[in-house]
Design a protein around this ligand. Structure first.
Ligand SMILES: Cc1cc2nc3c(=O)[nH]c(=O)nc-3n(C[C@H](O)[C@H](O)[C@H](O)COP(=O)(O)OP(=O)(O)OC[C@H]3O[C@@H](n4cnc5c(N)ncnc54)[C@H](O)[C@@H]3O)c2cc1C
Length: 478
């Protein structure tokens, strides 16, 4: 996917581009860009229009939106692959996702992309469990899945009671600002405390909130999960629908289609270290010391990664605080694992403190082996150690015999430093500020989306589109 000899790109004024668009559309604009490119983009003497840092869904969507306006972005990606916190790979001969996996019709921007590229949503027929373990006082206990899931739905409805009032317009999370400001103060743990649950109900519900929180419900605010509930229609069915279907061909199939339309100057294996905005242009330094310059830059790395980049002109306090806090939840490892079919398709949720919080059966192979997804949050768990992982799984699903596993260690990965985004208490109120450009920098990441924020590709698409508009405004204003 890397272009060995990327086409050169030079400074093209926004007016030039619009003029080119007026006479000949995108092809003419792209041609204009190519013709005016006099110097190599890999030196500080060449001024690109827009550099996008990060080739996840946010960055690639931003690049496509720019391309639609005749601006061909340079995309700098640290890893040797596109996709970021989505990572489609092969395990046990099957295509699997080690990061983002599910998309749903109720996610409007993701659904629009699927329609645009004629990609169907499919479900895994083997995801309905034969056995379902939930925590009980004595340890994991098998329950009838449908009735247990119904009960969990009742508990979730209690947890999110009030969302119709404080999120009346879920895509505008601050619409009921007075009401939601009060809710924003609450951590998930504080909200659980308000509910007066029985010991077992608390175990069940906190098992869910801890899992989403990366291990500790005290650290995350109520508002992210409550907003997802509202976005799904304020119902348990809407909640469950978010983890039921996936794009045929995987997340990578969708992203490659977007990339093809974006046709950026993509440079893989190019980690950025320093971003210097002098008010007229931005110089971006890569780890090998090269400097690329642009009139606007879209920073499309995870919010947690902002703290590892050097912004010579500084960052607004709200960005610094969010990155230090870590919008991306810590410690999460998502893993796929293969078991013999002896125990059937096993679903399990852990209790607070368990090293593994959730197991979801997905597929049964031709030989009867079962492929499942697991989530682990314990930083002490050595995910590379098969025996340790098997022991951790057995804590919530007794008798599991682990044959092999594959994993995405998001919290320990320097280019994500966390998994999905989830706000802490008192952070929703800062959303409008954190979405604003700073100087000649615009920010794109699902972590700061208005709608399906943090844990959803839909939000990454939303933020990429916003950042592209902001970058175009910066070009126009120049
Ligand atoms: C385990 C897990 C499960 C998830 N499940 C789902 C799901 O089922 N459905 C769903 O919709 N969403 C899910 N999500 C969330 C979804 O994957 C993310 O919200 C989305 O992928 C974020 O996209 P992004 O572009 O904002 O960030 P990223 O995908 O993280 O992209 C950022 C890019 O920036 C690059 N980068 C970082 N540092 C640098 C640097 N210094 N220089 C250059 N490049 C750099 C990274 O390598 C990366 O490619 C999940 C996430 C995780 C981690």
């Amino acid at each position: 996917m890397t272009e060995p000899n990327p086409p050169r790109q030079g400074a093209v004024g926004r007016r030039t581009l619009l003029k080119a668009l007026g006479v000949g559309g995108i092809a003419a604009a792209a041609g204009a860009a190519a013709r005016t490119g006099a110097a190599s983009a890999s030196t500080s003497t060449s001024l690109n229009d827009v550099i996008v840092i990060g080739a996840g869904f946010a960055g690639i969507t931003a690049a496509r939106a720019l391309r639609a306006q005749g601006v061909r972005a340079v995309v700098l990606e640290a890893r040797d692959r596109i996709g970021g916190r989505t990572w489609t790979t092969t395990f046990a001969g099957e295509q699997v996702e080690l990061g983002g996996q599910w998309l749903a019709e109720s996610q409007p921007l993701a659904a629009a992309e699927l329609r645009r590229y004629n990609i169907p949503l499919i479900s895994d027929p083997d995801s309905f469990p034969d056995v379902a373990y939930y925590p009980a006082a004595e340890g994991p206990r098998a329950f009838d899945f449908l009735s247990a899931n119904d009960h969990l739905g009742t508990l979730l409805a209690k947890l999110f009671d009030g969302t119709r009032d404080y999120f009346p317009r879920p895509y505008e999370p601050l619409y009921a600002r007075d009401l939601v400001t009060g809710v924003d103060k609450l951590s998930l743990a504080a909200r659980l405390d308000q509910l007066g649950l029985s010991t077992q109900d608390r175990l069940w519900l906190q098992g869910v909130t801890d899992s989403y929180s990366g291990g500790d419900s005290r650290t995350r605010g109520l508002t992210s999960m409550a907003q997802w509930w509202a976005l799904g229609g304020h119902t348990h069915a809407g909640w469950d629908a978010q983890v039921a279907t996936r794009p045929q061909g995987g997340m990578i199939g969708l992203l490659q289609r977007i990339l093809a339309d974006a046709a950026p100057d993509l440079r893989l294996n190019t980690p950025v270290t320093t971003i210097s905005d002098n008010g007229r242009q931005v110089d971006v330094t890569t780890r090998d010391g090269r400097v690329l310059s642009a009139r606007a830059v879209i920073v499309a790395v995870p919010a947690n990664v902002w703290r590892t980049l050097r912004f010579t002109a500084g960052l607004p306090a709200v960005h610094t605080a969010a990155s230090r806090f870590g919008l991306g939840v810590p410690n999460v490892v998502k893993f796929w694992f293969r078991t013999t079919g002896d125990n059937g398709r096993v679903y399990a949720t852990g209790r607070p403190g368990d090293p593994v919080s959730l197991l979801l059966p997905q597929r049964v192979l031709a030989n009867g082996d079962v492929l499942s997804v697991g989530f682990a949050e314990d930083p002490a768990l050595d995910i590379t150690d098969r025996a340790a992982v098997e022991a951790a799984i057995r804590r919530i699903a007794p008798g599991t015999k682990l044959l092999e596993h594959a994993y995405g260690p998001w919290g320990r990965d320097r280019y994500s430093l966390g998994a999905w985004g989830m706000r802490g208490p008192n952070q929703l109120v800062h959303l409008p500020t954190i979405q604003q450009p700073h100087g000649r920098l615009a920010f794109a990441t699902g972590d700061i989306a208005s709608g399906w924020n943090g844990a959803y590709v839909d939000g990454a698409i939303e933020s990429g589109m916003r950042a592209a508009r902001q970058a175009l405004d910066l070009l126009q204003a120049a």
